[in-house]
Ligand binder design. Structure first.
Ligand SMILES: [Zn+2]
Length: 168
């Protein structure tokens, strides 16, 4: 299945960042230099990236109607530190929101969120409702009411738990 396939456009950056932490095992890809490289992070800049990651996860949970998994800095407060400007292409007049400061991960995430809002895809990037998962995934269900990163994994486990709870 393609349920865990990449979301459209720049949302892949957000999904990839959130999914660097496996809440089930505690494994954090940002612990290693290889894991940090795709995000342009170093040991010195990884701390704020981890904070951003959990603020994003809480926001993606909110997209699915769930409360935050833990206390986080509001995502809006973090993104306010990465202002965007309207850029206009002189040739065709197309406009976009771009970071004032191109480099940092926070700016790239802010631009990705802006792009997704424009494309109407932001609300569909969600976090799985399973507490031991909370994996970021793009909800491709027709009604936009998906609850799990994967029907085969977390969806099946939730169904099994409900089944057992009924005492059947
Ligand atoms: Zn899941």
């Amino acid at each position: 299945m393609s349920e865990r396939s990449a979301p459209p456009g720049a949302l892949a950056l957000v999904q990839d960042l959130v999914n660097t932490l496996d809440l089930g095992t505690g494994g954090d890809a940002l612990d290693s230099a290889e894991g940090r490289a795709p995000f342009g992070l170093t040991e010195d800049t990884v701390g704020p990236a981890r904070e951003l990651r959990e603020s994003l996860r809480a926001t993606l949970l909110a997209h699915a109607g769930h409360p935050p998994h833990r206390a986080v800095t509001p995502l809006g407060a973090l993104l306010a530190r990465a202002p965007l400007v309207v850029t206009v292409d002189d040739t065709d007049g197309s406009a976009a929101l771009a970071p004032v400061d191109e480099g940092p991960l926070l700016s790239r995430v802010a631009a990705a969120v802006a792009e997704a809002v424009t494309a109407g895809t932001w609300q569909r990037l969600k976090a799985c409702e399973a507490a031991d998962c909370h994996w970021a995934y793009y909800d491709r269900s027709p009604a936009g009411r998906g609850r799990w990163c994967s029907m085969q994994l977390c969806g099946a486990r939730a169904k099994m738990r409900r089944y057992r709870a009924k005492g059947a």
